[in-house]
Ligand binder design. Structure first.
Ligand code: IFM
Length: 442
């Protein structure tokens, strides 16, 4: 049997990613809690409830699990609605708790990466009109300053906004996130405001903390023309990808926002990323379809032969990870994989998915792509937005009733990878034997 290891660079960050609303519980002062109370919004009428009870302190045991599993980093988010429950009040005790969490990572020799906005906002921001209203940028930046000031002793890696493209599209085009609009004009306005908010937050963070490294977590969904020879398939794939994948990252590089048919120049927008964060899960094929003007004439689907996840949400297409890293390389900045994972309650696909995706990361590293870290989504099963508890992304299983954690076999797999700083032939043989010949041919 081949004995070999795909090594990662020294100092590579190995971690998992989580977000406040999905793990904390009892987050009742934000727009998502309110949304969950409306009937028909969440699959099965599920509610985040106590979630993983991190606000009750169970982050400690989950951080212990991560540290024991060889993880040397963790990405978590902080909740604006807890820190600033009303416009003229800061809750210092909430900031203290987040400081304790950041210190908790530090004490476990884990590097914290903190996300400042991960899909949720205080109710009073929604009452102002949310991201449709440019006036919310100013309070957002005030909150960012306050949070960075409070956490900077332990944190210098920041994500300003998680997946601004998913947020804009889900909340304003598909209507699956609050406020549930289906309006292309509103979607584009929100995208512009989020891009402006990122730029302003970037500068604010650097004013408060000179050594900060700041980025966004870009949800990348490669969209490839079904028929590469077809100019129409190429056109709709290019339009979709340009708006969904490129808008924020290019905007933060060039200071120019490219909307269909017009451009907006941001005076403070250029070079406002210190690293490129990538959330990669799956990719699409795109066929030109005249009946889909709202989708820029593109019909998206998974290749017929692709292996699908438990709820058909994700196709296991690891080549898309390489595509994403290649996409990120053009910015000449360090790259961090801020999310990657699969929903799989039985842990049938995850071991294979994990190894195959990390193998693509390793390939990129060998082409000298500047990949600095990988954060698996997620550490423990958590509340999956409009899909409620129906999708299980955790390395650890959560019993939503009792809050008990149970180990999936991917826990041991990921621990071996983190501890070896690489993927060994032995690990592959044990956890995903079907991949062995492909990855380690004799
Ligand atoms: O759970 C989400 C996360 O909040 C953002 N990125 C995708 C994950 C899986 O759907």
């Amino acid at each position: 049997m081949a004995q070999a290891i795909f090594h990662f660079p020294r100092g590579f960050l190995w971690g998992a990613a989580t977000s406040s609303h999905q793990v904390e519980g009892h987050n009742f002062n934000n727009n998502w809690w309110a949304w969950e109370q409306e009937s028909g919004r969440i699959l099965n009428g599920d509610k985040s409830g106590a979630a993983c009870d991190w606000w009750g302190g169970r982050w400690r045991e989950d951080f212990d699990r991560a540290a024991e599993g060889g993880q040397n980093a963790h990405r978590f988010s902080i909740e604006w609605s807890r820190i600033q429950p009303v416009p003229d009040k800061w809750d210092e005790s909430a900031l203290d708790r987040y400081r304790e969490m950041a210190r908790g990572l530090y004490e476990r020799n884990m590097t914290p990466l903190v996300t400042l906005h991960h899909f949720t906002e205080p109710l009073w921001i929604s009452e102002m009109g949310g991201w449709e209203n440019e006036a919310v940028i100013e309070p957002f930046v005030r909150y960012v300053r306050k949070a960075v000031e409070a956490l900077k002793e332990f944190v210098n890696l920041w994500v300003t906004i998680n997946e601004p493209n998913v947020l804009a599209v889900s909340a304003y085009l598909w209507g699956t996130f609050p406020p549930g609009k289906k309006d292309m004009g509103a979607t584009l306005r929100v995208m512009v405001n989020l891009a402006k908010a990122h730029a302003a937050a970037y500068h604010a963070i650097h004013e408060v903390q000179r050594t900060a490294r700041v980025g966004m977590a870009h949800h990348l969904r490669p969209m490839l023309p079904t028929r590469a020879w077809s100019p129409f398939d190429r056109l709709s794939a290019g339009l979709l990808s340009g708006l969904f994948n490129d808008f924020f990252a290019r905007g933060a590089q060039e200071g120019i926002l490219r909307l269909p048919g017009r451009r907006i120049r941001l005076s403070n927008g250029a070079n406002t990323q210190d690293f490129i964060g990538i959330n990669y899960y799956t990719q699409d094929l795109v066929t030109f379809d005249l009946s889909k003007p709202g989708d820029l004439f593109g019909r998206r689907y998974f290749p017929a032969e692709a292996q699908l996840s438990e709820t058909n949400f994700i196709a296991n297409l690891p080549q898309g990870m390489f595509w994403s890293l290649n996409w990120a390389r053009r910015f000449s900045l360090p790259i961090i994989i801020t999310e990657n994972g699969v929903e799989d309650s039985q842990d049938k696909l995850r071991p294979r998915y994990l190894i195959e995706h990390l193998h693509q990361v390793w390939r990129a590293v060998n082409f000298n792509y500047p990949v600095k870290g990988y954060f698996h989504w997620s550490l423990v099963d958590n509340f999956e937005w409009e899909r409620g508890w129906t999708q299980r992304f955790g390395l650890w299983e959560l019993d939503v009733q009792t809050l008990a954690r149970r180990k999936r076999s991917s826990v041991d797999l990921y621990a071996e990878i983190c501890k070896q700083n690489g993927i060994s032939s032995e690990t592959t043989a044990r956890f995903a034997p079907q991949l062995f010949e492909k990855l380690f041919p004799n």
